[in-house]
Design a protein around this ligand. Structure first.
Ligand SMILES: *Cc1c(COP(=O)(O)O)cnc(C)c1O
Length: 394
C-alpha cells in the first residue's frame, strides 16, 4: 500500500472493505500499534481489549482457544506451542518445590520423562500408579500430594482409567485432577462432565488432524488457575505461532466429521482383525472382550475412539514383514492423521524397556497400535488382510 507521505515504511491502515473475509485472517504481526499512551493504558488496565505483543497473545491463538473452550465446555483455555508445552505448563506452572504429583503409569512418553527427570530435579517429587485402580492411586497419596495427571485411555494398550473413582478420590484429598484428553478428544469424552479440574490436549493429533501443525491447549475449571497457566505460558515463551494456529483452525473445522468416520472404521477394523488367522489378540475398548469394556461404555458412550491395537503371531520377523506389506499405511510414530498410521512400541515408544518389562505390559514384538484414518473401510480391511497374510507367509 502507498503511504500518503511517501517516505514512511509501515502502512497505517488496511484497504477498506464493507464486506468481511469468510476465513479467519492470518495475523503474523509480532507487535500491535496503539493510537496513544492513553489507549495503551486502557488496554493494559483491561478497560478495552487489544493485542500488544504476540507472545502475550494474538488473534489466531484466541480463535483456536475459543473453539476448544466450546468443545470442552469450559471458558478461558490457553493455546500452547505443543501438547508437551501444555503438560509442562500444568506441571511446572502450578506446582512448586516440595509438592508431590502422581501420574498414570502409562502416560505419554514425554510426560513420563518430565515426571521422572525434570520435576525431581526441581524438588517436585513424583509417583506413578495404574489409573484403572483407585486403590493403587490412593496408596501413593501423601500429605504434600497436589495433583493427579492421567489419560482416559492409555497408550498403547488402550486401558480405560477409572475417572469416576479418581475424581472422587481427588475431591476427598483436595487434589487437582488433570486429564490429558488427546486420545479421546472432546467428541469422545468431556472430562469436566466427569469431575476433572484441568484438561490438556495435544492439538497436533486428531484435533488439527493433518500432521502438519504442532500445538497444544490447556484449560482449568478455576479461572484463577487459567490465569496462572496463561501467565506461565507467556513468561516462558510457550506461545504458539499464528500460522500453526491458523492451520489448526482449518483442521478443526472438519474434526467432528473426521473423528466420527475414523471411529466407525476403527470399530469395523477391530472386528475384522479379530477374525484374521495370525492375529493373537485385538484391543479395542468398545469390543465386549475388552477388559475395561463397561467403563469404556460409561465414559466414552457410543463413540469409542479411533485407536486399535493388536498383536501378530510370529515375533519381530512377522512384524517386519507386516509393515513391509502394509501398502499405503505409514509406519510412523504419531496418531490422529487423516491417513492410517502404524506404530510398533517395541522398536519405538517402549524400546528403552527390557523385554521382560515390555512383556509385563503386554507389548511383545508382534504388538502394533493403529491410528485409523479416513480411508474407505473396505479398502483398509483388504490392506490389513493382505499384510497379515504376508506376515504369516514369511
Ligand atoms: C502427542 C501427545 C502429547 C504431546 O503432544 P505434542 O503436540 O507432540 O507435544 C501429549 N499427550 C498425548 C496423549 C499425546 O498423544
Amino acid at each position: 500500500m502507498r503511504n500518503s507521505k511517501g517516505s514512511l515504511i509501515r502502512p497505517t491502515s488496511l484497504p477498506e472493505s464493507a464486506s468481511r473475509p469468510v476465513v479467519t485472517p492470518l495475523s503474523p504481526s509480532v507487535v500491535y500499534a496503539s493510537e496513544t499512551p492513553d489507549a495503551l493504558d486502557a488496554q493494559y488496565e483491561g478497560r478495552v481489549h487489544g493485542y500488544t505483543y504476540s507472545r502475550e497473545g494474538h488473534p489466531n491463538a484466541d480463535v483456536v482457544a475459543a473453539r476448544l473452550d466450546a468443545m470442552e465446555g469450559m471458558p478461558g483455555g490457553v493455546v500452547t506451542a505443543s501438547g508437551m508445552a501444555a503438560v509442562s505448563a500444568v506441571l511446572l506452572g502450578l506446582l512448586k518445590t516440595g509438592d508431590h504429583v502422581i501420574g498414570g503409569k502409562q502416560l505419554y512418553g514425554r510426560s513420563l520423562r518430565l515426571m521422572a527427570e525434570d520435576l525431581p530435579r526441581l524438588g517436585i517429587r513424583t509417583s506413578l500408579a495404574d489409573p484403572g485402580n483407585v486403590d493403587a492411586v490412593r496408596a501413593e497419596i501423601r500429605p504434600d500430594t497436589r495433583l493427579l495427571l492421567v489419560e482416559a485411555v492409555s497408550n498403547p494398550t488402550l486401558n480405560v482409567a477409572d475417572i469416576h473413582g479418581l475424581a472422587a478420590l481427588c475431591k476427598e484429598h483436595g487434589l487437582l485432577l488433570a486429564v490429558d484428553n488427546t486420545f479421546t478428544t472432546p467428541r469422545g469424552f468431556r472430562p469436566f462432565d466427569h469431575g476433572a479440574d484441568i484438561v490438556i490436549h495435544s492439538i497436533t493429533k486428531l484435533l488439527a488432524g493433518h500432521s502438519d501443525v504442532m500445538l497444544g491447549y490447556v484449560v482449568a475449571r478455576d479461572p484463577a488457575l487459567n490465569e496462572r497457566l496463561r501467565v506461565f505460558n507467556v513468561t516462558t515463551g510457550l506461545t504458539p505461532s499464528p500460522f500453526d494456529c491458523w492451520l489448526a483452525e482449518r483442521g478443526m473445522l472438519s474434526f467432528e466429521l473426521r473423528f466420527d468416520r475414523a471411529q466407525q472404521t476403527a470399530a469395523a477394523l477391530a472386528d475384522h482383525l479379530a477374525a484374521l488367522p495370525g492375529v493373537a489378540r485385538v484391543i479395542y475398548p468398545m469390543r465386549t472382550d475388552h477388559p475395561d469394556h463397561d467403563r469404556a461404555v460409561a465414559l466414552l458412550g457410543a463413540r469409542g475412539c479411533n485407536m486399535v491395537s493388536f498383536e501378530l503371531n510370529g515375533g519381530r520377523a512377522a512384524a517386519n514383514a507386516f509393515t513391509r506389506a502394509a501398502d499405503g499405511l505409514s509406519f510412523a510414530p504419531t496418531l490422529g492423521d487423516v491417513g492410517t498410521t502404524l506404530s510398533h512400541p517395541a522398536s519405538s515408544s517402549h524400546r528403552a524397556l527390557t523385554p521382560e518389562n515390555r512383556e509385563a505390559l503386554g507389548l511383545r514384538e508382534g504388538f502394533f497400535r493403529v491410528s485409523v484414518g479416513l480411508e474407505d473401510a473396505d479398502t483398509l480391511k483388504r490392506v490389513f488382510s493382505d499384510a497379515v497374510a504376508a506376515a504369516m507367509a514369511g
